[in-house]
Structures are given as C-alpha cells and as structure tokens.
Write a protein that binds this ligand. Structure first.
Ligand SMILES: *Cc1c(COP(=O)(O)O)cnc(C)c1O
Length: 469
C-alpha cells in the first residue's frame, strides 16, 4: 500500500523552524511599517502572473514560498500600515493574528455546542458581552460571522421570517441613499425584489424620520407590507449616525423590525462619546458590527446581535439526518442554526485573546484616541481657507474637498496618494466628489496624522484668486 508523503505532518523541529521563520518575518514586517509606502500600484503584472500558476507536483521550499507571499502582498494598498486612511483601516492586531494561528491548529468544530462546548461558550460569552454593551436584553444572542455583509444577511433573513412569514409579497424595507449596499444585496439574496427596498430622503445626511413615517403610511395604504427599517450607526461614506432613537420609536409604533447597521460605528460604543452618539441603538431588533473595522482586528470578523435570539434561530434552524447523534447543550446555542453557515472556522479566539490580553480599557483608549484624531483632522482642515469641510464628524470619518471642480479634487486625491506617504479614498456625496480620511488604524497616532495633514496641504494648490503662500 502506498504510504503517502509523511511530510504532511512535519516533525517537532520542523514545526519550530517554520514558526521561527514566520515570527521573524512578522517582527520585521511590523518594524518596516512606519516607513513603508502606503500604496504601490502598477508593475504588478509579474507577481500577478506568478500567482495565477497552478501548484507543482514536487515539494517547494518554505522560505521561498514565504518570499513569494510577501512579494505578492507588496502590491496594491498597505491596509495594515499607519498611513492607511482609506475606506476602513484596521491594522490587524498581532495578538489576534497569533490567536488565529493557534486556534486553526486545534481546528475545532463549533457549529454545534456539544462538540466543543467551552469554545462555543467562548464565542457566546463575547456575544453576551457585546449584547450588554449595546443594552440588549437577556434574550439576545447572535453569531460571529466573516463580516458585516454576512451578519446583515442573517439579520435580514431573521426580520423577513419574523415579520413576513412565508409570503414575501409586498414586503418593504426602508433605507437611505447612504445605507450600505450590503442591505439591498441581503434583501435580494433573501428573495425580495429590488422594488422592496425604498429609499427615504435624508436631512444633513441622516434619515428623516418624518419622511419615513409618511412613506410607511403611504406604502401600507397601497397594500404593501412595510416590515423593516434600517438605521445606520456610522455610514460608510461620512460616518454619520442616523437618528436611532427616533427611528427605533417609529419602528416600534409601526410594528417594523428595526435593524441598526453599526458595522463601522459599533466598536465606538466602547467609548463615552461613541455611546452618546449611538443613543437609541438599544432599541434595535438586530445590530451588526464589524470587529475588523472598529476593533482593529484582521479582516474576516463580523458580528450580528439579535434582540430575541429565538427569532434568529427560527429563521435559520434546520436539520440533517447525519446530525441525528447530536444533542443540544443547555444555555449554549448551536451556531450552525443561527446563520447561513454550518461548518465555520472558529473565530472566538481572535476576539477573546486580544480582549483578555490587552484588556477592554486598551481598546477604549485606542478608540478615544481615534475620535480625538478625527477632531484634529476636522479642525485643521476646516481652519484652512482652501478647504470645504461641510460636516463635523459624528465618529472618525472626515470628508473634505477644495473649492475647485470635482476634477480638481480628483487630481488632488491622485497627487496625495502618489506621494505614497498616505492613502485616502474618496466618496460622492449629494453628487459631489469628496476626499475621505478615516484615521482608525491602531498604528495611526497624532504624529502620523500631523504628517498626513502636512502632505495634504503640500499637495493642495492655492485657492484660485489668491497668491500662493
Ligand atoms: C463595511 C460596512 C458594511 C459591510 O461590511 P463587510 O464587513 O465589508 O461585509 C456594512 N455596513 C456598513 C455601514 C459598513 O461600513
């Protein structure tokens, strides 16, 4: 009988050698981040072509393969560095990355509580802690997902199942133009037509609750079935928080499920300022947050919380003949029945280890620092007469533009990013082009922000009609 290649299970000394090689590269990489280019676009053809090759029959060399990964990762955006202000920076905590490696070796199956009760309890304890943080009752529960989009899908399916039952006809949900597109995507996957998603007008970027109330009335009068109201706790473009208190009240009056999308803003609930700004979120029937955004974790970590976990279960639970041996464990959920996935990677340790190792206060302090940084950025840009900075940040996102045309601003963004000292993204608000800064990497501090502002000023032309300083 062919015995197979024993190398699939390395011996102790090989495991240690592999571990040391990776650890040394991690330390070198982290050391290199402060001076590393924030982006490297272009000239990726060679690396791309190489990565498209199929794997070889024969064994390769570990160090060379690690080189290949690092070469591949060097193209595009450095989303883990201190100069990354685009989209949603989250550097990826080292403690969390090590937690992942450790947990993956154990590779426990955590979709069913009976098979790994204390690891399921680890995730359940985190979900309970988050539910308490958001002021949800004891009935609340949830799921750790790969991100906000999957968490949103589970929430929307729960809302649809709870409020519409089997017949989806006329089911209607309410968003604004600033709601993340994952809501419409989830509604589509959940079987609702595009016409089910109704856009409510905004005032200063926030959903107008009066307009929402009128639209719900009108839709009901026309025979539609309003069932779900979406409030965003930190929009993707501007970090603006919808009037959650009013929206929660409206949803309760109208019998709608109230979903709060805190994918980005949720982590800031740990701070006093964030809590104040997210007031009303405690009324939500479901909440989504992304620890891979505002808790500094690596990508692939989202959370959905549902006020009444039984409703999440009712919408997703099913049975397989081959699961007949399994029993439920008192007080622990079977996560495989709370969302779309059955087999799932165990994501508990990547949250649990950093929170226990660094302590919750370390996260709160870091998030408070990010709110301070946003205030500094906003103040300094607003004081510069060359910039139009129309909205004070609710959370950490600051948007600005010069008084020139959209094209002028697009070129400004290109000049800033071409320095490779920082990376900004842009957004379109009410039809106008804005540059967007979000200083939420745990590696970005005041000195980095001052450097970023200096680069932005250097790249900005004098206001037309004035002489250059
Ligand atoms: C990022 C984001 C999402 C989507 O989350 P992913 O983790 O990218 O899937 C949803 N809503 C808001 C407000 C977001 O910022």
């Amino acid at each position: 009988m062919y015995e197979g290649n024993q190398a699939l299970e390395p011996d102790r000394s090989t495991i240690e050698t592999m571990g040391r090689a990776i650890t040394a590269r991690i330390a070198d990489y982290v050391d290199s981040l402060p001076g590393a280019p924030a982006s490297r676009f272009g000239e990726a053809e060679h690396a791309v072509a190489r990565m498209l090759q199929p794997p070889p029959e024969e064994a390769g060399r570990f160090e060379l393969l690690l080189d290949a990964f690092q070469d591949a990762a060097a193209h595009g955006l450095d989303s883990s560095g201190p100069g990354y202000y685009g989209y949603f920076p989250a550097g990826g905590l080292i403690s969390s990355a090590f937690a992942d490696a450790f947990a993956q070796v154990y590779n426990r199956f955590t979709a069913v509580a009976q098979l790994a009760p204390a690891l399921v309890a680890m995730e359940q304890g985190l979900l309970r802690w988050l539910a308490d943080l958001f002021g949800l009752p004891a009935s609340a529960g949830g799921l750790v997902t790969t991100g906000g989009s999957m968490a949103t899908l589970a929430a929307i399916v729960a809302a649809r199942h709870d409020r519409l039952g089997e017949d989806l006809t006329g089911g209607t949900l309410y968003v604004t133009e600033h709601t993340h597109f994952c809501v419409a995507k989830a509604a589509r996957i959940a079987g609702l037509p595009a016409s089910a998603v109704v856009t409510v007008p905004t005032r200063r970027l926030r959903m107008d609750p009066g307009a929402a109330a009128r639209m719900i009335d009108d839709d009901r009068a026309r025979g539609r079935r309003p069932f779900l109201l979406i409030g965003t706790a930190g929009t993707t473009s501007t970090g603006t928080v919808d009037p959650l208190l009013d929206l929660g009240e409206l949803a309760a009056q109208e019998g709608l499920w109230f979903h709060a999308d805190a994918a980005y803003g949720g982590g800031l609930q740990l701070t006093a300022r964030g809590r104040r700004r997210l007031t009303g979120i405690e009324r939500a029937d479901s909440i989504v947050l992304d620890p891979h955004k505002s808790l500094f974790l690596q990508y692939g970590t989202g959370v959905v919380l549902v006020r009444d976990a039984a409703r999440l279960h009712a919408a997703h639970a099913d049975d397989g003949h081959y699961l007949q041996d399994l029993e439920t464990v008192a007080a622990l959920p079977d996560f495989g029945h709370l969302g779309p996935e059955l087999t799932r990677e165990f994501r508990g340790l990547r949250l649990w280890l950093p929170l226990h190792l660094h302590g919750v206060a370390a996260f709160r302090d870091a998030l408070d620092e990010k709110l301070d940084l946003a205030e500094v950025i906003h103040r300094e840009l607003a004081e510069d007469p060359r910039f139009d900075v129309p909205w004070e940040p609710d959370l950490s996102v600051v948007v600005f533009r010069t008084y020139g045309s959209d094209e002028t601003n697009r070129r400004l963004l290109e000049r800033i990013n071409a320095t490779q000292r920082l990376f900004l993204s842009s957004t379109s608000i009410e039809g106008r082009f804005f540059l967007r800064l979000n200083p939420t990497s745990h590696r970005t501090h005041l000195a980095e922000v001052q450097n970023a502002l200096a680069v932005i000023r250097q790249c900005t032309r004098a206001r037309p009609g004035r002489s250059a300083p």
